[in-house]
Design a protein around this ligand. Structure first.
Ligand code: ZN
Length: 393
């Protein structure tokens, strides 16, 4: 079988940019770059960031890979295991491949110290919770010397929207006011590789964190699901994220021991987080919360458990109309709402919104049960009516 070649084509002299290209057996090539605002990126991590970034594309191809550069032995070991995970999750899409390398990145001591850490930081609840835990929280043995937060331009905000990114950056930086963290940004055209984003986003984040291997000892990724509601496969999860670790950079997936409501409860103790936290990617303005999408309403409900019905990061508060407008696309979204109700009950919260949410959940459940129980001909018509009623027809 023909090989895939991965070549490093850094252009550090002219623009401080790190970049690489893969050549597929079909002759097709794909290139990728990383750059940041503070001069040239270090090349000490060899091909590690690129192997992470191209990893799922290489699994889609499934041919042996020749890397014309050095890679950490620890990363090679980890990615062999990660191949097993993706191959078991989606065997028809992701195939195992062999890797040949020019040499190894030698392990060393991170220049900022053995406990130094950088966290991926999008400005949301999960990232805010990680910062809170390391700066002000109850972590004991797991506490790092958290020194920096990393926001990536090219993931949620497209590269051709620099103004939106600037305002997203200002909001995220304001959230970190007083924490003493250094705020860093990286730009990358990762998204033009057109990998399945829900599968690849964890690797994308890890590839950006690994650009700072040699400076920090730990790279932190905030969890989006707690251990009781893991849904696999997922591009970032508590089971496989540690396999993104390279020779000198340990990737830690943190926060899965807490529900989203519990995280909100913690960050409520630090008002600057509440003022600037941004959870929404559905609105027209990507630098703020729309206040109406599923994630915004769910976050408003998380806050409501603590009696906060209009947190400062939203321009609207929780309302009956918002709860009645909830539409569920996945079983996971229903589970989130059921968990919020359970958490409210545990805290003996019995408010207008808990009653309204119960009504909404039971209405949606009854509508679905009615469709399931109906004879086939009626079922098709009922399904159409249900779709129409919830606005998806
Ligand atoms: Zn929203």
């Amino acid at each position: 079988m023909k090989q895939v070649h991965l070549h490093i084509i850094d252009d550090l002299a002219s623009n401080g940019r790190r970049s690489a290209r893969i050549e597929l057996p079909t002759g097709e090539t794909q290139a990728l770059f990383f750059e940041h605002d503070e001069g040239a990126l270090s090349t000490a991590n060899g091909a590690n960031p690129f192997l992470l970034a191209f990893f799922l594309r290489l699994m889609e191809v499934g041919a042996p890979v020749k890397i014309h550069g050095a890679v950490s032995e620890r990363l090679l070991t980890n990615l062999e295991e990660l191949q097993g995970a993706w191959n078991k999750w989606l065997p028809s899409r992701y195939h195992r491949f062999d890797v040949e390398v020019d040499g190894f990145v030698a392990p060393g001591m991170p220049s900022n110290g053995p406990k130094s850490a950088m966290t991926a930081f999008s400005g949301g609840v999960d990232a805010g919770f990680c910062v809170y835990q390391h700066k002000y929280g109850d972590l004991v043995w797991g506490k790092t010397d958290l020194q920096a937060a990393l926001l990536v331009h090219g993931f949620d905000v497209p590269l051709d929207q620099p103004d939106t990114f600037q305002s997203t950056r200002s909001r995220a930086a304001a959230m970190l006011n007083g924490t003493g963290l250094e705020f860093k940004t990286v730009r990358t055209d990762f998204k033009q590789l057109k990998q399945h984003w829900e599968h690849a986003f964890g690797l994308a984040i890890a590839s950006c964190l690994s650009l700072f291997e040699g400076t920090y000892a730990v790279g932190i990724v905030g969890s989006s699901s707690d251990y009781a509601s893991l849904a696999l496969p997922s591009g970032s999860n508590a089971v496989t994220d540690h396999l993104f670790s390279t020779g000198d950079l340990e990737i830690r997936h943190e926060g899965a021991g807490f529900t989203r409501t519990e995280k909100v409860g913690e960050i409520l103790k630090h008002p600057p987080f509440i003022e600037h936290v941004r959870v929404c990617w559905a609105g027209e303005q990507m630098d703020r919360n729309c206040g109406h999408c599923e994630k915004c309403v769910r976050t408003l409900l998380n806050f409501a458990v603590f009696g906060v019905e209009q947190p400062a990061c939203f321009s609207n508060g929780l309302s009956k109309e918002l709860i009645r407008s909830i539409q569920l696309k996945t079983p996971q979204q229903r589970n989130h709402l059921v968990t919020i109700l359970q958490e409210a009950e545990q805290r003996q919260v019995d408010e207008w919104w808990t009653r309204e949410l119960k009504r909404r959940l039971s209405f949606m459940q009854n509508s679905r049960d009615a469709v399931k129980a109906a004879p086939h001909r009626v079922k098709a018509h009922a399904k159409w009516r249900l779709k129409k009623a919830i606005g998806r027809a």
